[in-house]
Design a protein around this ligand. Structure first.
Ligand SMILES: Cc1cc2nc3c(=O)[nH]c(=O)nc-3n(C[C@H](O)[C@H](O)[C@H](O)COP(=O)(O)O)c2cc1C
Ligand SMILES: [Mn+2]
Length: 468
């Protein structure tokens, strides 16, 4: 899969995409259709007739496990844990992108420079009534380059439409684009960037993934695809651009310049604070797009949306990878439910091998690079329970868990978006470690009730005779 068009073709073959031909308003109506459809676990939606525009909009690309399987090139009945397992197997593998000629790059089919640039040409949705405006960059990512090392980063940071050649940004402190922007600032330079709106969905998944600093998300995408991502040189920026991108917005961010930005309905289902804030923005110099481009957007907002599904996949896989890298034995599988956007809650299935092993896994999970930021609750279950099988996890929490064996950690790094903390005190969170296993060190373990296998066989043979 190289492009959004490849995804659309495959999704249609699996009946996982619906074309909406009726006229739909970009102002709230489109997002509300997408949101209600997502709540019903519906298909990806391609809005072909957006009011006032000829450009179609695609939403809900990643909102089911089936579509994540399609994107990841796996059997479409795979579970999230199975998809993650494939990712975990890649370990540190990297496949760098391949530069192609401009003539082989459909994203260059149309080029607008300088005064020709007009972002209002695209059907940017207003997603929610209380959002501060229209957000053009949602299911997109921003490419930037480290001015010292040349490391190329892809990061998904929301981008508000702020003018015909202005796009908002919000690089939270410590995010990779923020680290890079601070370097440009120290050099007294502006940071060249490109926003990619519509492409191989895997690149967006990686834009939102917590790939380590100094690692290019392009190289991880190449490893997952097992072939290099095809990129092409930017028109006005020295950055590698996905050759098959739908819409490419090139420009620069002046670290010293600000515009009012926000608010935006976050993936927690809440607004992060109140009103707008001055933030850096992209001064757009050039827009390129394919013929008949497709604008890709996502609803964000309350779970479950693209954000929750993609984070459940990438954050879960990364947490799992990091536990494996710590050489802890017995980790069977990891599940970070989309309802907790893959980061607030983790369930780990393990085979206990020595006393204290379950406690080791619990404390290790919150000490990984992934778990140390935002993870609040960790549950371990024995190997007979799949971590995604929530009824069985609830069974373990009812019959194996004992409150006297749970541990509360008082302080850890939080995310500024966690709505369970007061708006002005979101730096530090507590954590809860729940051991829902049967303690390894018990001499006498609960005796499980078993069915007699011989009788089971007999009864099964008589099943239809019994009138079932
Ligand atoms: C739809 C969507 C919008 C996001 N918006 C922002 C944002 O505005 N600012 C931010 O710092 N992170 C945002 N994130 C989370 C980042 O994508 C994520 O932290 C990612 O790791 C950033 O890339 P980086 O690790 O290369 O910095 C968003 C994620 C998604 C899926
Ligand atoms: Mn990164």
């Amino acid at each position: 899969m190289k492009s959004m068009r490849d995804f659309i073709k495959l999704a249609e073959e699996h009946d996982a995409l619906k074309r909406i031909k009726a006229k739909v308003d970009w102002n709230l109506e489109l997002s509300h259709i997408a949101k209600l459809n997502e709540e019903k676990h519906g298909p990806a939606l391609l809005f072909e007739n957006v009011k006032d525009y000829s450009t179609p909009v695609i939403t809900s690309v990643c909102t089911t496990t089936e579509r994540l399987s399609i994107i990841m090139g796996m059997d479409r009945t795979s579970s999230l844990t199975q998809i993650m397992e494939e990712w975990v197997k890649l370990g540190d593998k990297k496949v760098p992108p391949k530069m192609v000629d401009k003539s082989a790059a459909p994203c260059k089919e149309n080029i607008m420079m300088g005064d020709e640039v007009d972002l209002y040409k695209f059907p940017t949705p207003q997603w929610y009534p209380l959002d501060g405006g229209r957000y053009l960059g949602t299911a997109h990512f921003i490419i930037s380059k480290d001015p010292e090392t040349g490391w190329v980063n892809l990061g998904t940071y929301r981008a508000q439409l702020l003018g015909k050649n202005k796009m908002g940004t919000q690089f939270i402190k410590g995010k990779h684009a923020d680290i890079m922007l601070k370097k440009y600032q120290a050099m007294g330079k502006k940071m060249p960037v490109a926003s990619i709106i519509g492409c191989d969905p895997l690149l967006f998944i990686l834009g939102a993934a917590r790939v380590s600093a100094f690692v290019s998300e392009y190289d991880v995408a190449g490893a997952i695809r097992n072939e290099p991502v095809e990129v092409v040189q930017g028109e006005t920026v020295d950055l590698p651009i996905p050759a098959h991108a739908e819409i490419v917005v090139e420009g620069e961010v002046d670290p010293e310049a600000f515009m009012e930005e926000g608010p935006f309905g976050e993936y927690t289902g809440y607004y992060s604070g109140v009103g707008t804030d001055p933030r850096n923005f992209i001064d757009v110099k050039c827009v390129t797009h394919r013929n008949n481009p497709i604008l890709w957007g996502t609803t964000v907002g309350r779970a479950v949306t693209d954000t929750h599904m993609t984070m459940a996949l990438s954050y879960g896989a990364t947490l799992w990878q990091q536990l494996v890298a710590m050489k802890i034995p017995g980790i069977r599988s990891v599940y970070c439910p989309p309802e907790g956007s893959g980061r607030f809650l983790a369930i780990i299935s393990m085979k206990q091998m020595y006393p204290g092993h379950a406690d080791q896994v619990l404390t290790a999970a919150i000490s990984t690079e992934m778990g140390a930021y935002g993870l609040k609750t960790v549950i371990v279950v024995d190997e007979d329970i799949e971590p995604w099988d929530i009824p069985r996890v609830l069974y373990a929490l009812s019959f194996r868990f004992q409150p006297n064996r749970c541990q509360v950690i008082k302080r850890g790094r939080s995310t500024p978006l966690d709505p369970s903390l007061p708006i002005d005190a979101r730096d530090i969170t507590g954590r809860l470690l729940l051991d829902a296993t049967i303690p390894y060190d018990w001499k006498e373990k609960p005796i499980p009730i078993k069915l007699d296998p011989e009788i089971v066989k007999k009864v099964e043979a008589r099943w239809s005779e019994l009138g079932f």
